[in-house]
Design a protein around this ligand. Structure first.
Ligand SMILES: Cc1cc2nc3c(=O)[nH]c(=O)nc-3n(C[C@H](O)[C@H](O)[C@H](O)COP(=O)(O)OP(=O)(O)OC[C@H]3O[C@@H](n4cnc5c(N)ncnc54)[C@H](O)[C@@H]3O)c2cc1C
Length: 472
């Protein structure tokens, strides 16, 4: 529960202008921006130094932002295009002010990161020409920003987990109480506290409470430290919950991935093959849309409709493609067999069902040009479900099977915020001194997720929160 300033129980009190809680992309962007704006800032990070960097560290950290054709993608991608994509994928439920702010600031924020020394991969091939990857991935991104923070003399306190907000008589957020290596400490923040401490994906109790019974057994892709304290502290102090608390980001994972902090073990090549369940039946239109727009929802369908265990099946026509290897970082070797019957026995699926599924699928494949760069309309029709694009018969042995499941990356539910990243309370009023950035913000993602949007969201709103707080 919130504590008043000077409440008993803290062994020491420290004073800053701005306290940033959490050191992933959002917190690092906030702390650096606070320093640039002339404010004294501290970064409070719950993890020990070797584990710092939150979910960001485990990501490729691809970022979507507007650009002109040929800069690094084949087409112009305007802020309006990005806005339309993000709103469409949320089925119109995302907060238009927040999405507009994200899209309008994404480009200059990416340039700010470049100015700090971030090196980018050259363009991104194929369908997702609007995104770019840092050369050294998320780990390189957070290492760079920590170096910049250290160079600027901004203190970072590791193993320091925020547990309660400090709230004064005027209901203003005056600081944050933490558990630290020194014991309980109060960090007073005259200009503001910025919550950049992730969602509740690593908290099993909250996962089951908000997502459902199945959610205790999801593979956690990112940081084990994002256990929802930021959300709880803010709500206890009167913040308004917002967004889709019953949903989450995930990906189609190799089922052999480590159960915690597995990183990038996702299969992004499933559109070149088919999914079957443990009975050997298809249950998803694998070619419904570009994989950027399907991987999150397909992973949930594997959990909900296939009990979390399914197979992705390919033949050599797919397996030998250059794009296949690029879209899969193997956790283990694929299962292979020279015939479908043999494959079925290797993966323990009823052989007659698998043969019936793949024969039926092959017969349903329509003529047309196969092109992974566009929605090519090369479909398998007259079967349930159809495959709307990229349908080729699976008839080139040896056949290949990879076990797949769903995982959890981050949660969609968060806090109600305005476009300046200020947290709003249940009276619909701004909570003086409280900001959120990155995953703790609600109202961005619903049902599904537009690839490459979360790291850039953290950077954009971390900066905005710090600039606003510094100007108070
Ligand atoms: C495997 C994987 C791949 C991904 N790929 C991409 C991608 O390519 N592009 C993309 O846009 N997104 C991607 N994502 C999602 C994206 O990485 C995250 O959503 C984003 O980086 C979150 O940034 P953040 O700063 O909000 O949170 P985080 O980076 O998670 O940082 C939160 C920090 O808060 C700390 N913390 C938690 N609780 C407390 C507390 N009580 N007190 C103090 N500190 C606390 C944590 O230790 C952590 O360091 C991926 C995620 C994963 C796991």
């Amino acid at each position: 529960m919130p504590v008043p300033p000077g409440a008993p129980g803290a062994s020491a009190t420290y004073e800053f202008d701005i306290a940033v809680v959490g050191g992933g992309i959002a917190g690092l962007s906030a702390a650096l921006s606070a320093h640039e704006a002339g404010a004294s800032a501290v970064l409070l990070e719950k993890a020990p130094l070797p584990n710092r960097g939150g979910n960001t560290r485990f990501a490729d950290a691809q970022m979507r932002f507007p650009h002109e054709a040929d800069e690094f993608g084949p087409r112009d991608y305007s802020a309006d295009d990005m806005y339309r994509d993000l709103m469409r994928i949320s089925r119109g439920r995302a907060n238009p002010d927040l999405i507009r702010t994200l899209c309008d600031n994404a480009r200059q924020t990416a340039e700010w990161l470049t100015g700090l020394g971030l090196e980018w991969e050259a363009g991104y091939p194929h369908t997702a020409g609007y995104r770019r990857s840092p050369k050294a991935g998320g780990q390189g991104l957070v290492d760079l920003l920590y170096r910049r923070l250290e160079g600027a003399g901004v203190p970072v306190s590791y193993e320091t987990g925020a547990v309660d907000l400090i709230v004064d008589d005027a209901r203003r957020i005056a600081g944050v109480r933490c558990h630290s290596p020194e014991g309980v400490v109060d960090i007073m923040a005259a200009k503001g506290v910025i919550l950049a401490c992730g969602g509740f994906q690593a908290n099993i109790e909250m996962r089951v409470r908000y997502l459902g019974r199945f959610a205790d057994n999801l593979i956690l892709r990112g940081s084990r430290f994002n256990t929802g304290e930021g959300l709880r502290m803010a709500i206890d102090a009167g913040a308004q919950p917002a967004g889709q608390w019953g949903d989450y980001h995930s990906a189609v994972l190799d089922a052999r991935s480590p159960r915690v902090e597995c990183g990038v073990t996702a299969l992004y090549n499933y559109q070149m093959g088919i999914f079957v369940d443990r009975q050997g039946y298809r249950f998803i239109d694998e070619g419904e849309d570009f994989r950027d727009h399907t991987y999150v929802k397909f992973s949930k369908r594997i959990i909900e409709e296939a009990g979390g265990e399914a197979w992705c099946i390919f033949d050599q026509r797919a397996y030998q493609r250059e794009e296949f290897a690029r879209a899969w970082r193997p956790v283990g070797p694929p299962f292979e067999a020279g015939s479908l019957t043999e494959l079925a026995s290797v993966i323990d699926v009823p052989p007659e069902n698998l043969v019936e599924t793949i024969t039926g699928f092959n017969n349903a494949v329509q003529p047309g040009d196969y092109n992974l760069d566009v929605l090519d309309g090369k479909a398998a029709t007259g079967i349930t479900p159809p495959k709307s694009n990229w349908a080729l018969p699976l008839d080139q042995p040896p056949y290949v099977a990879i076990p797949v499941t769903g995982g959890i990356t981050f949660t969609f539910g968060g806090l109600k915020c305005d476009a300046s990243a200020r947290v709003i309370d249940t009276r619909e009023q701004v909570m003086g001194g409280l900001y959120a950035a990155g995953e703790p913000m609600g109202e961005f993602f619903y049902y599904n997720y537009p690839g490459a949007s979360s790291v850039i969201r953290g950077a954009v709103f971390g900066r905005i929160a710090a600039q606003h707080a510094a100007s108070r």
